[in-house]
Design a protein around this ligand. Structure first.
Ligand code: NAG
Length: 507
C-alpha cells in the first residue's frame, strides 16, 4: 500500500485539483448513485466481520444502520459516529423489606428499658444529623441503631440529600430506586426529615448542617454517617458522675455523649471544635468553631474535605479529641431484619454474605465450626427472647470486617443493590451516579494537592501550616510522577476510623 501511494503521489499532485472539481460536481448531481456504489464497497470491506457477528451486532452492523438512516445525506461528510456499548451491569436480586415489624405494626418498636432516653429531656438540645443520599436499608439500620442506643427519636434529623426534590415525600419513588427514602417509615419511628434544596456534595452538605444549626440556634450538634451502626456498650461500667449506677446498669451511648458535651463545655477547657467518637463516623460539632475558620471548602467535594477541615481547625487552635461513647461500626450491608436491634423476639441479626455461613474453608476460618454452632444455638433463643447484646456486637463486627475486606469505602457505600426506578421522577443511572462521585472525588484530591502543595493528608508531619494555604509549590514533579495521583494518597486513610486521627496527627 505504501509503495502504491508513493507512486500515485506525483499524479495526484498534478491532476488533484481537476479531479477534486470533477468529484464535487459528480456528487452534487449523482449523489444517489455514488451512495449506492460506496455502500456496496463498505459492505464488501466489512463483509467478513459482519457475517461472523450477524446482521444486527457489532460495530459494522451499527455503522450500516446509521448509514441507512442517513441515506439522504450526501457522502463525503463526517464519518458516522459509532456507539460502543459497555457490557450490561451486574444484576442484583430485588431489595426486600428489612424491617417487616415496622411495616406490619406501623408504630415504633419499644426500646429496651435500660436504653430509654432520660425523661424529661435533658436541658441541652441534642440534635443528631444523619445525611442520606442512597441505600435506604442502611439508613434505616443506622437510625434504628441510634434509637435503640437511647437517642430520643425526636432529636434525630435525617437530612434527605437525594436531589429528587419532593418525590420521596410524595411517595413517588419505588423501593428499588437507589434514592428511595420512606418518609412514612421514618415518621413512624418518630424522627424528623429535612430536605436539601438540591443534591449537595459531602462538603456542601456539611455546610448545610452548619446553616441548619444557625437557623435553629443549635450551638452544638452531633452527626453520623448513614453507613454506621451503633450500640450502647452494656459491658462498660465506668465511673460517670452523672449516672445513677444504683438503678441503671450502664450508661447509654446517648447519656455518655451528653456527658462528653458537658465535659467539653465545662470550666477551664480549651476551645474545642470537634469530638470524634470513631473518627467522624459519629461526631460532635461546635458550630461556631467551624464557622470561625470559614467552614468546609466546597472545592474539595468528597475525599480529603475532612482532612482539610480538621487540619484548618487544628491550626486555628481548636482542640479535637476522640473518645468512646459506645460501640460504633462501619458497615456496608443492612441486617436482614433491623428489628433485631430492638431485641424483638423472632428478629435475627443476620446479614447477606456473613462469612460464618459460607461453605467451609478451614484455613481462612479456623473457628468456623464453633461459630456456626453458636449461631445455631442463638437461633432458638432469639425466637423466644430476642437478640442478645454480645451476639449483636459479634454480627456487627463481622459486617464491618466484610466491608473492610472489600474494595474500600466508596463502592460499598454508594452501590446498593437497588437497580430499579427507571421512569420515576429524577431517575439517575445508579452505576453512573457512582462513577460521577468518583470523578468528583478525584477532582477534590487534585484541589487539595494544589492548595497545600502535597498529595496526601499528612501535612502536619511535614510542618505545613494553615498560613501556607495556596502558597506552596508542589512538592512533587507533575511531569515525572503520575500527576496528582500517588504521593501519600495511598496511605491507610480509608479503613480503621480510630487510626485516621493518628494519621492526621491531630489527636
Ligand atoms: C414505607 O413504610 C410504610 C410504613 O412502614 C410501609 O407501609 C410502606 O409499604 C413503605 N413503602 C415502601 C414503598 O416500601
Amino acid at each position: 500500500m505504501r509503495s502504491l501511494s508513493k507512486r500515485l503521489m506525483p499524479v495526484f499532485g498534478r491532476w488533484g485539483p481537476v479531479l477534486l472539481a470533477v468529484i464535487v460536481v459528480y456528487y452534487l448531481i449523482r449523489a444517489p448513485i455514488s451512495l449506492a456504489v460506496s455502500s456496496s464497497r463498505l459492505n464488501h470491506n466489512d463483509g467478513n466481520r459482519q457475517n461472523v457477528q450477524g446482521p444486527a451486532l457489532g460495530p459494522a452492523g451499527a455503522a450500516q444502520d446509521i448509514r441507512d438512516q442517513n441515506a439522504q445525506q450526501p457522502i463525503g461528510g463526517p464519518r458516522p459516529y459509532q456507539k460502543h456499548y459497555k457490557p450490561a451491569p451486574p444484576r442484583y436480586p430485588a431489595l426486600d423489606d428489612h424491617f417487616p415489624w415496622l411495616t406490619k405494626s406501623k408504630v415504633a418498636p419499644p426500646v429496651p428499658e435500660h436504653h430509654l432516653p432520660p425523661s424529661p429531656h435533658v436541658d441541652e438540645a441534642t440534635p443528631l444529623l444523619i445525611g442520606f443520599t442512597s441505600n435506604w436499608p442502611l439508613l434505616l439500620q443506622c437510625v434504628s441503631s441510634y434509637i435503640a442506643a437511647g437517642w430520643p427519636p425526636s432529636d434525630i434529623y435525617v437530612i434527605e440529600n437525594t436531589g429528587t426534590f419532593s418525590s420521596n415525600q410524595r411517595g413517588e419513588l419505588s423501593l428499588q430506586n437507589p434514592f428511595f427514602l420512606n418518609h412514612t417509615a421514618l415518621h413512624q419511628l418518630g424522627v424528623n426529615i429535612i430536605m436539601t434544596p438540591t443534591l449537595l456534595s459531602f462538603a456542601q452538605l456539611h455546610n448545610f448542617y452548619l446553616h441548619t444549626a444557625l437557623m435553629r440556634q443549635w450551638r452544638f450538634f452531633f452527626w453520623a454517617h448513614s453507613d454506621s451502626i451503633v450500640f450502647s456498650d452494656e459491658d462498660v461500667r465506668r465511673k460517670d458522675r452523672d449516672h445513677d449506677w444504683d438503678h441503671d446498669p450502664f450508661a447509654t451511648l446517648y447519656e455518655r455523649s451528653i456527658g462528653l458535651m458537658r465535659y467539653l463545655n465545662g470550666p477551664e477547657m480549651p476551645p474545642w471544635a470537634t469530638h470524634f467518637f470513631a473518627y467522624d463516623l459519629f461526631t460532635l460539632v461546635n458550630r461556631d468553631a467551624y464557622l470561625d475558620v470559614g467552614a468546609w471548602d466546597t472545592h474539595i467535594p468528597y475525599y480529603a474535605a475532612d482532612c482539610d477541615m480538621y487540619l484548618r481547625l487544628h491550626w486555628a487552635g481548636y482542640w479535637q479529641p476522640q473518645s468512646e461513647a459506645g460501640l460504633v461500626f462501619d458497615v456496608g450491608v443492612p441486617m436482614k431484619d433491623i428489628g433485631a436491634l430492638f431485641r424483638l423476639p423472632g428478629s435475627h441479626a443476620g446479614f447477606a454474605g456473613d462469612p460464618v455461613f459460607r461453605p467451609a474453608d478451614e484455613k481462612a476460618q479456623p473457628h468456623r465450626e464453633a461459630e456456626l454452632k453458636r449461631e445455631q444455638d442463638m437461633w432458638s433463643w432469639v425466637e423466644k427472647e430476642g437478640e442478645a447484646f454480645q451476639h449483636l456486637v459479634e454480627v456487627a463486627e463481622r459486617m464491618q470486617n466484610v466491608k473492610w475486606a472489600g474494595n474500600g469505602l466508596s463502592k460499598a457505600t454508594w452501590q446498593g443493590r437497588q437497580t430499579g426506578g427507571q421512569g420515576e421522577p429524577y431517575y439517575r443511572d445508579g452505576p453512573g451516579f457512582s462513577a460521577g462521585i468518583e470523578e468528583l472525588t478525584n477532582a477534590g484530591r487534585r484541589v487539595f494537592a494544589e492548595k497545600w502543595g502535597h498529595r496526601g493528608c499528612n501535612l502536619l508531619e511535614l510542618g505545613i501550616e494553615g498560613k501556607d494555604e495556596w502558597k506552596l509549590e508542589r512538592d512533587w514533579d507533575m511531569t515525572k510522577e503520575g500527576g496528582h495521583e500517588g504521593g501519600d494518597w495511598g496511605k491507610d486513610w480509608s479503613k480503621n476510623p480510630s487510626r485516621q486521627l493518628a494519621n492526621l496527627g491531630i489527636a
